[in-house]
Design a protein around this ligand. Structure first.
Ligand code: ATP
Ligand code: MG
Length: 698
């Protein structure tokens, strides 16, 4: 059977915009299409949406997408106004829906959406959904680190909790525009704190509760918060982490450096640590449970302008000094709500689980705001995904009947390495959409996620976006078009990606180069906190007129976008520019390779050569034969020019706390510049560095 929605896809012709021309020129050539089955042919393998899924989807076919996309770039003001009208605005935005200047040669970079509109994102997440009749719907299911420990809050209850904290913050002098640092693990108190700040117009800055005292101090010094919200300790897996000690040291250091925070609101997480044994400073520290519940469960909303700041979030620091990315209210609200709804094909009956921590942008946009704006039921999980065993995720999926599961390639690869039995012993019948974010997902990991986890039934939304972009930029809309494993596919509404060469020339058709974005979108960040100049030089000066993402990308003959990794990581071998993602995917394709990371090192003849760190699958022995067959896998899948010069065994890889491979450190190890490793304290597990050094010549 030929999928009828697909055949209409090929007939549709349109002439608006480069992007549309590109996809038209390619996609239509496709021939035989088997419904719901994969048609294999190298990286052109297309995986078609199941017919029933497509029929019920918000965007049921490519033609509908094209019509909406065309309108979104032809008339952004009209398109986004319509989306915005679904939410509550105390006062409608001004005549001009947006204004922008992305071209530094023409003056300051400036992006504004819904200026003059008066609203509140907390009101739209909670009060509005309650008015729509969802007061008794579960807003948050909370699953604790220990199996069997759980809790939940309805929309009514969540509003009450948020209001109590908001009243407490107000009583303690937190006003509109003040910053508040939130340093909490994945307890319900984390989204509650974010929403409470938003309710009173305070600017939250969530710091991932795995960051060190120095990192926390740096952020305190930068944004000078009125108050720090934290808890005494966390349990992650079997480990207890004394959070309060870290906060104490950050607060005392920062006060010596001129920023004195007078109030530290501390949630007593008694399951991890008793109150009595927590170190305490009477004049500064207050137990959450002693003060917050005494406050009224009603709190008036502080109405704010569409362009008033909502939050600050420091990027993870995979590269250099953290940047305080600033997002404002109106555009971010509309953009996270719309991207969530379309990219996950969200329906009110869904149970949604995103494994990201609220300390990252993914947790902001797609644990808290996007889902709650849509009135969704969100699962918040406190623990680590493989505790007490690698089946935990699927145990949770079955327990709550999770329908949408959104995670990162690093987790997919690690679960794949642990074997299928941990997955297949659970039903997973409830799942209908899967998602991936954070790094390019290797096609082999994609297939495993699709075939084993999703039983070849659930489309995968491989969402490319950044802290800076606020929400999804390039992403599949499940049901609307065929997927290619490892490709983020096509741009979201309103997004105009372009691929440029070194000189900033826009490339057409099949190409590869630097990924930029032309024109603003509502979720774009507006500045780097306190450093607009760094904002302009980092993102808008390399290619004037464009937002430069820092990522490399290629577009295939069918118009699909493929992210190839950060351009800083691109390797140039004898004039061939090779993306790290491509080589790593070829290595991971090898059945004995669990994970791989490649870097470039200097080479006398070739300029650079490829140096690969490889983690074999559990139980596989290191051997020269295995090295040879790994190199062969790259030669046959990419070409001889990309063959790694050296394979370095890696029991583990250095990763950021959000799970991304830190190639900066691997480059130093590969070139044996061991005294120049730099700061390794932000690694999830700094010990892997010593292990790698020890294995350097094996
Ligand atoms: P920093 O900017 O501080 O170095 P970071 O870039 O890792 O940290 P994020 O904003 O969380 O911080 O991550 C965005 C980056 O993650 C993107 O620029 C891209 O390199 C990578 N990325 C995210 N999603 C995808 C995806 N679906 N496919 C490929 N790469 C992705
Ligand atoms: Mg980045």
């Amino acid at each position: 059977t030929i999928n009828p929605s697909i055949s209409s896809l090929f007939r549709h012709k349109t002439h608006a915009g480069n992007h549309l021309r590109r996809i038209n020129s390619g996609l239509w050539k496709l021939k035989a299409v088997v419904m719901g089955e994969a048609v294999a042919s190298g990286d052109d393998q297309l995986i078609f949406p199941n017919h029933d899924f497509a029929q019920q989807a918000h965007v049921p076919n490519f033609q509908t997408y094209l019509e909406m996309y065309k309108r979104s770039i032809g008339d952004p003001a009209g398109f986004w106004s319509e989306m915005a009208s679904e939410f509550y605005w105390k006062k409608k935005w001004g005549q001009q829906v947006f204004s922008e200047n992305l071209d530094i040669t023409k003056g300051d970079v400036n992006i504004q959406w819904f200026k003059g509109g008066i609203t509140n994102i907390c009101y739209n997440c909670l009060d509005r959904n309650i008015e729509l009749g969802n007061g008794d719907k579960i807003a948050i299911h909370w699953e604790g680190n220990e199996p069997g420990v759980d809790d939940s809050l309805t929309y009514n209850q969540l509003l009450e909790r948020v209001s109590q904290l908001a009243n407490y913050l107000k009583e303690n002098g937190v006003k509109k525009g003040d910053s508040v640092i939130i340093y909490l693990p994945m307890l319900m108190e984390l989204p509650i704190s974010m929403l409470a700040c938003a309710r009173i117009g305070a600017v939250h800055s969530v710091v991932f509760a795995g960051f060190s005292a120095e990192s926390l101090e740096q952020r305190i010094l930068d944004c000078k918060p009125k108050i720090v919200i934290t808890c005494n300790a966390i349990k992650r897996g079997t480990k207890v982490i004394n959070l309060k000690d870290i906060v104490d040291s950050a607060l005392s250091e920062s006060s010596q450096n001129g920023v004195n925070v007078g109030l530290c609101l501390t949630y007593a997480n008694e399951s991890a640590m008793k109150r009595e044994v927590t170190k305490w400073q009477e004049e500064r520290d207050v137990w959450w449970q002693d003060v917050v519940p005494k406050h009224s469960t009603k709190c008036d909303v502080e109405w704010v302008d569409g362009e008033d700041p909502l939050f600050l979030l420091y990027t993870s620091g995979s590269t250099g000094k953290p940047k305080g990315v600033l997002h404002t209210t109106g555009g971010y609200m509309i953009y996270t709500a719309a991207t969530f709804k379309y990219a996950f094909d969200y329906k009110p009956s869904d149970i949604y689980w995103c494994t990201a921590d609220c300390g990252w942008i993914t947790g902001h946009s797609y644990v808290a705001y996007g889902p709650l704006l849509n009135g969704a039921t969100v699962l918040v999980y406190e623990g680590v995904p493989n505790y007490p065993n690698p089946g935990r995720c699927w145990d949770i999926v079955d327990k709550y009947k999770v329908t949408i599961f959104y995670t990162a390639p690093t987790l997919v690869r690690s679960l794949m390495r642990d074997g299928n039995e941990y997955v297949t012993r659970y039903s997973r019948k409830s799942l209908r959409v899967l998602g991936s974010v954070g790094e390019p997902i290797n096609p082999s990991a994609w297939r495993w996620f699709y075939n084993v986890v999703g039983d070849s039934r659930c489309p995968i939304s491989d969402t490319w976006w950044q802290t800076e972009t606020g929400g999804f930029m390039i992403t599949p809309l499940p049901g609307a078009w065929p997927q290619k494993p490892g490709s983020a596919t096509f741009p979201f509404f309103g997004v105009q990606p372009v691929i440029v060469d070194e000189k900033g020339k826009e490339l057409e058709g099949e190409c590869s180069g630097y990924l930029c974005v032309k024109a603003s979108w509502p979720g774009a960040f507006r500045t780097l906190f306190g450093d607009h100049e760094r904002y302009e030089t980092t993102y808008f000066s390399a290619f004037p007129g464009y937002y430069f993402s820092g990522d490399g990308c290629s577009r295939d003959k069918d118009g699909y976008y493929w992210l190839t990794g950060r351009v800083d990581d691109v390797i140039n071998v004898s004039g061939h520019r090779i993306g790290t993602a491509e080589v790593e995917s070829a290595l991971v394709l090898h059945p004995k390779c669990a994970e791989a990371a490649v870097v470039g090192i200097d080479h006398e003849v070739k300029g650079q050569c490829i140096y690969a760190f490889v983690t074999p699958v559990e139980g596989v022995e290191y051997s020269d034969d295995l090295k040879k067959s790994l190199v062969l896998s790259v030669r046959t899948n990419i070409g001889a020019f990309a063959a790694p010069e050296k394979i370095h065994w890696a029991p583990g890889l250095p990763k950021t706390r959000s799970g991304k491979i830190m190639r900066r450190i691997l480059r130093k190890i590969a070139s044996r510049q061991l005294d120049e490793l730099g700061d390794i304290s932000t690694l999830a597990d700094p010990n892997v560095v010593d292990q790698l050094i020890a294995l350097a010549d094996s």
